[in-house]
Design a protein around this ligand. Structure first.
Ligand SMILES: [Zn+2]
Length: 378
């Protein structure tokens, strides 16, 4: 049943169902639309294995009965299969069991191999629900309370569907990295995660007639951030809420000490500054207490760096959040901060403690996405 079953959400269902679900057998629809994930980019040979593997292209087909492996590599703009030129720049690989290995790591669904420049791009395509089983446990630990796993499953499902719509017609919908959601394939599946995904199957976060942008963050540090402050998107359900639940997260406080010369190299490489770095200071502050940008004093004057670009260049796993003080100690720059992640949307550490305190995944999602509603999409 649609939740909460308003006429608006019903209209929303039909619009989205038409956009996302091509006519397909009932079982396929129940597992959600096919999602395409970029999982490997390499210039090295890869070995794909499975049970009764079929390799096919526009003018090419090869198969191996029983358990077998194929080796692929890029030569010019063509793919070599077992050392022979296939004459194809794009190949599809499937198996009778619906599961394949790449260099012994296991993936559900099918693979598509594409030549891109001098590299091979491998795309994994599989129904959305299967993807979620390989993604939720990479985002949060599978031993966390069930209601927090369910909240993450719904947020992850919504995030993937948004990306799918935004990137329709492109070679793939999502990256398998922190740029979208960390996805480890069948090797990352866990029984408790699968239970959380199955228990919320097809459920998404909506705002009015649209899928919500269901951002999530590791630990907000006391108040979530507005999407407008980070990405310039004014979303009514992502304007930031107080969070009293994440005080004990792994990154509730952190330090990072880096040589000024090293920081300068990172910022110049990312083309965020042009001059020689002399001093780094915070710029403006957002209403939730994070820095909106930083001021780099260089021999070319003051160069302003938006926070998200700064964190990306310095390292998301070094400058963990936008809540910090910064000062110089001799040749070093020292950051002291709290929280982890961009701070927008669901606070994962907060969701964990809300679940510990008896809150349901619906209560968790309503807290972190105020004004949004849950909707049964399929
Ligand atoms: Zn929090």
């Amino acid at each position: 049943m649609p939740i909460p079953g308003t006429p608006q959400s019903l209209g929303f269902f039909f619009v989205l169902a038409a956009a996302c679900l091509a006519p397909a057998p009932l079982l396929a629809v129940e597992q959600g639309p096919i999602l395409r994930i970029a999982i490997v980019r390499t210039s090295k040979p890869v070995v794909v294995g499975g049970d009764t593997v079929v390799v096919s292209g526009k003018d090419f087909v090869d198969t191996q009965p029983g358990k077998g492996v194929f080796e692929f590599r890029v030569k010019g703009d063509s793919l070599l299969v077992q050392g022979e030129d296939s004459g194809q720049s794009q190949l599809r690989v499937s198996s009778a069991a619906g599961q394949l290995t790449i260099n012994r790591k296991s993936w559900r669904g099918e693979l598509e191999l594409l030549v891109q420049g001098r590299e091979m791009l491998i795309i994994n395509s599989l129904p959305l629900e299967g993807y979620l089983k390989g993604v939720v446990g990479s985002e949060i630990p599978p031993n966390w309370p069930m209601e927090s796993l369910k909240a993450q499953a719904v947020a992850a499902r919504t995030f993937a569907l948004r990306r799918r719509m935004e990137r329709e017609g492109q070679p793939f919908h999502v990256e398998a990295t922190v740029d979208d959601q960390v996805y480890g394939g069948a090797a990352s599946e866990h029984e408790r995660v699968s239970e959380a995904v199955d228990a919320t199957r097809g459920e998404v976060i909506a705002h009015g007639r649209e899928l919500a942008s269901s951002f999530f963050t590791a630990c907000c540090g006391g108040e979530t951030e507005s999407a407008r402050e980070v990405w310039g998107q004014d979303l009514p359900y992502a304007r930031g809420v107080p969070c009293k639940w994440c005080g004990d997260c792994a990154r509730s406080s952190w330090n990072y000490r880096v040589p000024m010369a090293e920081l300068e190299r990172s910022l110049r490489k990312a083309r965020l500054i042009l001059g020689r770095l002399k001093e780094l200071q915070p710029g403006g502050m957002t209403s939730s207490g994070r820095w909106a940008d930083l001021e780099a004093r260089t021999d070319r004057g003051v160069e302003r760096i938006p926070l998200d670009k700064f964190r990306r260049a310095a390292g998301y796993s070094k400058v963990f959040s936008g809540r910090f003080t910064v000062h110089q100690e001799g040749a070093f720059v020292v950051f002291r901060g709290s929280g982890s992640g961009h701070g927008v949307g669901l606070c994962q550490a907060g969701a964990r403690n809300m679940a510990v305190n008896g809150k349901s995944y619906r209560q968790i999602l309503k807290h972190y996405y105020p004004g949004a509603n849950l909707f049964q999409m399929y």
